[in-house]
Design a protein around this ligand. Structure first.
Ligand SMILES: [Zn+2]
Ligand SMILES: [Zn+2]
Length: 517
């Protein structure tokens, strides 16, 4: 392998920011200020993956600044999005389906003016908790202030050409017949029941009809109203297939990441941006999707959704940032049981950064140091904090429920894990205490395991699982340091771990891993 040049701090974030810069230079655009954007949906309960979009875009901003450029993150919340489906557990009226989330009552508290505001605030609070700085823009104001009116006009003038292109790129024929714009029905206030029939160019108005429409696999009754909607006012919105392009040009956006689920939209938007609006589309990267432990797209229903707020009961902001900055591609299953591993992984990175753990591989060293700096938003602490193994803390917190802080602290001192307590150790005990109170430990009686050759192969390829399982009861503990294990042992432990995973998934149990010194 040839030696690779290290870019910036050696992480994927630096590489991406570098590509972006190279592309901008090639296009020849002004790069005095480079804006990056993230979109925040305001129609569902935001989970930790929803934060990822903004957190990672912020990483790009930091990398650009590190290269000596000025940059800014625009966090755009689409609160004009219509409600397609009522998230499970939310008290929202059926008749609100198809309405803009900015006009639906807040179902969760009295503090916000709408459903959309509540959901946006959850996301923004999450970003604030992590220390992410951004300029917030709302769809509601963007349209009200007419910031997209020129782009909307141009798109509607070229709607025939765009309809053809949408069919060519995605196979969707709908926009051959209707305009890519949803007026809000003047009579029933819904926008996903309206169909735009004609653009009256000199008046800048869209003629529409409100009709029965399929929204979120349900037929929603239209009210048959026919009317005209002024595109310079906040009386409608572009469909996502073309709206990003309008926004990119209006806000001068040079980078936006996207998830696999909106890949088709991005393809169309790139073309609209380049060919119709004559604004070279921003640089992109496809980011990782988070799945729940059943391998499905993460649930957005109330109760079981993994929000940053809940996460922060059990783990530090750094554990979330580490999760989001570790890598960007692929898909991964995510649950609260990932917190102990991330907490300990952060400590390990800190040890590498401060030279307490030696890493021989130069590339790995640079990358680990770089990752540590990004997790600290390029403002790493001067000194390492006291480290206590998180799983050990969970175990101690399980034993000591009353007067926990005092007892756990004195045990840690007895063990020689810490010399004295401090506010960081107290925080850790609080996190681990919440974790041990909320998640039950699962033990499964051992069974004899035999495996065939094809399973062996499967296990060797799944090298991400480095766990050992005791016989007797399956007490699982993570290898905190690499030890030498024979292939046979590997296969045995890997297979048992696999069964354990299946068992817990099947029985819907929250797992907890026991730590052993
Ligand atoms: Zn609220
Ligand atoms: Zn209507």
């Amino acid at each position: 392998m040839s030696e690779q040049k290290i870019i910036g701090k050696g992480t994927w974030i630096d590489k991406l920011a570098f590509e972006l810069l190279e592309r901008e230079k090639q296009i020849g655009r002004n790069i005095d200020l480079i804006r990056v954007e993230s979109g925040l949906g305001a129609s569902g309960i935001p989970h930790i993956g929803s934060l990822g979009d903004a957190v990672r875009a912020y990483g790009i901003k930091l990398a650009l600044e590190n290269f000596g450029y000025k940059s800014e993150l625009i966090a755009y919340s689409d609160d004009l999005d219509g409600l397609r489906k009522i998230p499970e557990g939310l008290d929202v009226k059926e008749e609100d389906i198809g309405k803009r989330v900015s006009v639906i009552d807040d179902p969760l508290c009295d503090e916000h003016d709408s459903y959309g505001s509540h959901m946006s605030s959850l996301l923004l609070d999450g970003l604030n908790d992590l220390g992410i700085k951004y300029v917030h823009k709302r769809a509601y104001e963007t349209y009200k202030d007419g910031l997209l009116k020129e782009q909307i006009h141009r798109i509607l003038v070229h709607s025939k050409k765009i309809g053809d292109k949408i069919e060519e790129l995605t196979g969707q024929q709908k926009f051959q017949n209707v305009l890519p714009y949803f007026p809000v029905c003047k009579n029933c206030d819904r926008l996903y029941t309206t169909e735009s029939l004609e653009y009256i160019t000199n008046e800048k108005k869209v003629r529409y009809r409100c009709k029965d429409s399929e929204i979120g696999s349900k037929i929603i009754k239209g009210c048959d109203h026919e009317g005209e909607s002024d595109i310079t006012k906040d009386l409608g919105k572009l469909t996502w297939k073309v709206e990003f392009a309008a926004r990119w040009q209006a806000f001068d956006i040079r980078f936006e990441a996207y998830g696999k689920d909106i890949m088709d939209s991005v393809k169309v938007n790139d073309w609209v941006s380049d060919e119709i609006l004559e604004f070279p589309h921003p640089h992109h990267v496809k980011y990782e999707m988070f799945l729940d432990k059943g391998g499905k797209k993460i649930s957005k229903s109330l109760g079981n959704v993994i929000t940053s707020k809940k996460w922060l009961n059990y783990g530090t902001p750094e554990s979330i940032l580490l999760l989001l900055y570790k890598r960007i591609t692929g898909a991964r299953e995510l649950g609260f049981e990932d917190i102990p591993g991330l907490m300990d992984e952060y400590n390990e990175l800190e040890n590498i950064y401060f030279g307490k753990t030696k890493v021989d591989n130069e590339a790995k060293l640079v990358k680990s140091r770089g990752l540590y700096e990004y997790v600290n938003l390029l403002n790493p602490p001067k000194n390492s904090v006291t480290h206590v193994n998180y799983r050990l803390l969970i175990e101690l917190c399980k034993i000591f429920k009353d007067n926990r802080l005092k007892h756990v602290t004195s045990k840690l001192i007895d063990y020689g894990t810490i010399k004295e307590t401090n506010s960081h150790v107290e925080d850790l005990i609080k996190y681990a205490g919440n974790y041990s109170d909320d998640f039950e430990e699962t033990k499964i009686t051992a069974t004899k395991i035999t495996i065939d050759d094809s399973s062996k192969k499967w296990f060797i390829s799944d090298s991400s699982w480095r766990y050992i399982i005791n016989s007797g009861t399956y007490t699982i503990f993570k290898l905190t340091r690499t030890r030498t294990i024979s292939i046979d042992q590997w296969i045995h432990y890997g297979w048992a771990w696999f069964l354990f995973k299946i068992y817990t998934k099947k029985n819907n149990l929250m797992m907890n891993m026991r730590f052993k010194n």
